[in-house]
Design a protein. Sequence first.
Length: 317
Amino acid sequence: MSQRDWYQLLSRVNLNQLMTFLVVAEEKSFRAAAARMHITQSAVSVQIQRLEGVLGVPLFHRTTRTVALTRQGLVLAGVARRVSTDLLETATALREEADLQRGTVTVVAMPTFAHMLLPRLMRRYAELHPNVEVRLLDFDSQGALELLRQGEADLAVLARTAGMEDFEFVSLFHDELVVLIPAGSAIFGGRLVVPLDDVAQQHLVLSPRGAQTRALVEQLFSEANCPMRVRQECQRPQTLLALVENGFGITILPRTAVMDIDLSGLQVVQLPSAPIREVGIVTMRNLSHSPAVRSFKEYLGSTRVAPADARPLTLTE
């Protein structure tokens, strides 16, 4: 028989026949096998006869008192035991995964969300499902989307951008841009809401070109026909805030970037029409996810990030 014909033979062998065969081999008795399997002895005999018919060889030596494996039966028993052991281990693992007793979720997020948001959500999820491992990666938006395409991440937490047509996006919250200035600074005369024209008069310390936040800021200034006086560029929000606190300029960041950061040396100032970015869970379209991934995605969707009186955002459940 050629390798291409395997289906024609194996489609006539079912799992019940193999399991019955193994039980008879272990019990060395059709009657004992029937009792163990809670079926009739005749049903056991039918299963064995059909298996022998498909394979074309006798599997047991039968006498009135004993049942023993033939040479062919010994060969099949060795293979069947390995198959049944592997199948049992696999079925058990899959059931445990379905019951969230095991599983792995790989989530990728932009650095701001990976630093400020995800670790606490992961901790709370671990309290609910301690046997599910959640792995966190931090990449920029394009890198995160590529990891999803390659199957190296299960889901992402990103701001909505153009070019997400191949992905499913579930909204989590809306994030506004705010201006941060040194605490006690008189540059805006104590106002907590200032027009962009006034902001444009100050030196800016911003995210580097190519960053999503920088693109939003550039779009904001371009639409208002305001020049940008960029003094320094740094990737990490903490560095930008330190520069602001020490008088090197002011910065514009999403609220999530300053969530739970000590702002005692800074003042948050709002823009009249601040640009809003929508943040959500991103997954590949038409892709079936494991129970662990579905569970973590549902958990994220049930969590909300809410503003509290113009202070940094806080988590609510």
